[in-house]
Write a protein that binds this ligand. Structure first.
Ligand SMILES: Cc1ncc(COP(=O)(O)O)c(C=O)c1O
Length: 396
């Protein structure tokens, strides 16, 4: 007899990530150049990997405290003081999570009630809206418009706030646009959060990956913000440790406690060997990060310049993260169709902007976390393939 099994009703509100779809398509073609995935193509610093291995030899393979190993919690609070001048208690105001992903999920599960509205960026990182929906909340999309440098306008934010608004998710430097907020822009958002009593979940995983004269401002440092902000961060991007799954959150005890409770029941604790690897990465030389960011910068200029030389692309120069987000509407097809076209005809995998929300529909996300030579080859292929598009197929 066939099973009557059906997935839970709550899953009707979410769909598989559009990034994974293009990542899977990419795997089907042997010569594909994959610019769809958001992870550095670097190997983590060797001293960090050695520390993880060393920990395994010392038998550090048992459960750790739910919130994290004390040495890493302590090092993280020192980091917060060093980088932001903020004091967090290591045992009650800091939590080590399974990447930023779990931190965001646990935070939303711990802090939102059915009917609560959560302001999320659009385009925005793929997990925000589904996590809000799984937590029973309602995502409210804040448009990030190209004409505004992909930054939220205060008027838009104000117009979307209602008496049900409870949380706003910020993500600077931003995925997928690479936008970074100035001091004044962050201050203006902070003021809105204070005035409307919003909790802020600030996803700062690209904090260390900024270019030119751009500076990252942690939103918790603004007046009235420490007490209402969860600062979410991760070792994934800064130390090229995406597969080790170590993230962390700072916040006041009232906001960390609910998150901790969810975290306790879904993960128990974070992989201990990975925590030791992360600890060594944090305490050792930071030259690795500097070198990686220098290399990303070189690639950023290459991709930005070459794309703008190809008829049909319109690409702004991002100030952070490792993505460009060119406007491709001149090609006269949806970003989904255009990304498929690039897979089939150029053998280059990217992600359609529509995977990041409605306001991303005219764009393509191209990750430049791939080797320089691969990027050169990908851009040659894109140029060749798009030249072959009949003029009538292009809207220019
Ligand atoms: C903005 C943003 N937040 C969070 C994550 C997930 O990070 P982690 O690997 O720490 O879960 C990503 C990964 O691409 C991201 O781009």
């Amino acid at each position: 007899m066939p099973s009557k099994f059906k997935p839970a009703e709550r899953l009707k509100q979410i769909a598989p990530s559009g990034i994974r779809r293009f990542f899977s398509l990419a795997k089907e073609l042997p010569d594909i150049i994959n610019l769809s995935v958001g992870e550095p193509d670097f190997t983590p610093p060797s001293h960090a990997l050695k520390a993880g291995w060393q920990a395994s030899q010392e038998g550090k393979t048992h459960y750790a405290p739910t919130n994290g190993i004390p040495e890493l919690l302590e090092a993280l609070t020192q980091r917060a003081y060093r980088d932001y001048g903020l004091n967090y208690n290591p045992s009650s105001e800091t939590l080590i999570t399974v990447g930023a992903t779990e931190a965001i999920f646990s935070a939303l599960m711990g802090l939102t009630n059915p009917g609560d509205e959560v302001l999320v960026p659009d385009p925005g990182f793929v997990c925000y809206a589904p996590c809000v929906a799984l937590a029973g909340g309602t995502p409210v999309f804040v448009p990030l418009r190209e004409e505004n440098g992909f930054k939220p306008s205060i008027d838009d934010v104000m117009s979307l706030i209602t008496d049900k608004s409870r949380v706003i998710i910020l993500n600077y430097p931003n995925n997928p646009t690479g936008a970074v907020l100035s001091f004044d822009e962050m201050a203006a958002l902070a003021k809105v959060a204070v005035e409307h009593d919003l909790i802020v979940i600030s996803d700062e995983v690209y904090e260390k990956i900024v270019y030119d004269n751009a500076k990252h401002y942690c939103v918790a440092t603004f007046p009235g913000m420490r007490e209402r902000t969860l600062v979410v961060n991760s070792f994934s991007k800064t130390y090229a440790m995406t597969g080790l799954r170590v993230g962390f959150v700072y916040g006041p005890e009232e906001l960390i406690s609910p998150l901790w409770l969810v975290h306790q029941y879904i993960v128990a604790c974070v992989n201990v060997l990975a925590q030791h690897t992360a600890l060594a990465a944090l305490e050792g030389s930071q030259d690795f990060v500097k070198k990686m960011v220098r290399e990303f910068d070189r690639r950023r200029h290459l991709v930005h310049k070459r794309l703008n030389e190809i008829e049909g692309f319109n690409c702004t120069l991002p100030k952070g993260a490792f993505y460009v987000f060119p406007n491709v509407k001149h090609f006269g097809m949806s970003s989904e169709k255009f990304a498929e076209f690039l897979v089939k005809k150029a053998h280059v995998a990217t992600v359609p902007g529509s995977a990041f929300g409605r306001y991303g529909k005219d764009y393509l996300r191209i990750s430049y976390a791939a080797a320089y030579e691969q990027l050169e080859e990908a851009l040659n292929r894109i140029e060749k393939a798009t030249k072959k598009l009949k003029r009538t197929e292009k809207a220019f």
